[in-house]
Write a new protein. Sequence first.
Length: 197
Amino acid sequence: MRRVIFWIVTILITFAIGIGVDSLRRYLSTQESPAVAKLEAAPLEIAVPEVEKTPPVPEPAPQPNLIFDYDREKVNHYGALYILGPAPQGFEDFSYIELALPGIHESSGYITVYRENFSEWAPADFALVTERYLYFTTGPSKDKGFQYRFEGEFLIKDFDSVEGKNKGAVRGKLTKSLNGRTLAEQTITFRVEYMGC
């Protein structure tokens, strides 16, 4: 019987020691050590390298789509196209069309409409030019946003033959619009003046 009591006491002591050790471990794990407390109290400093800020790159303006379909050695379409006669209603502020097409004088081409005594202009963003046919549309003009569309024909192949003379060189329908609304549209005949220094 002594043995049984000794075993029971030994088991109870072992059990009590296990419970005590477990409680002590839990107690110590919940208490912060001073070193850990100091680390948590100090704010974290993260070194962020300086990044050089660059301004956003603007999107390039779309390139004009100008299609020239004619024999460049036989056709001379280079000059300023002025309205032949008085300006029709709605085109009183129109100056001229600068027509510099590839050929004798130019290796590349462009078309620009000038208005208000040459102070405002609108370059062509699309053009289709053949030996006889001229069609173009412009983007909005520099200041006020006017746009132009022209569909017509060349009356002559060589602008030099009528340059400076009061004779028709190009004839067609010119349309002036603003914000998608047509302001004026007329069939107009144009004369040619030479552009140059």
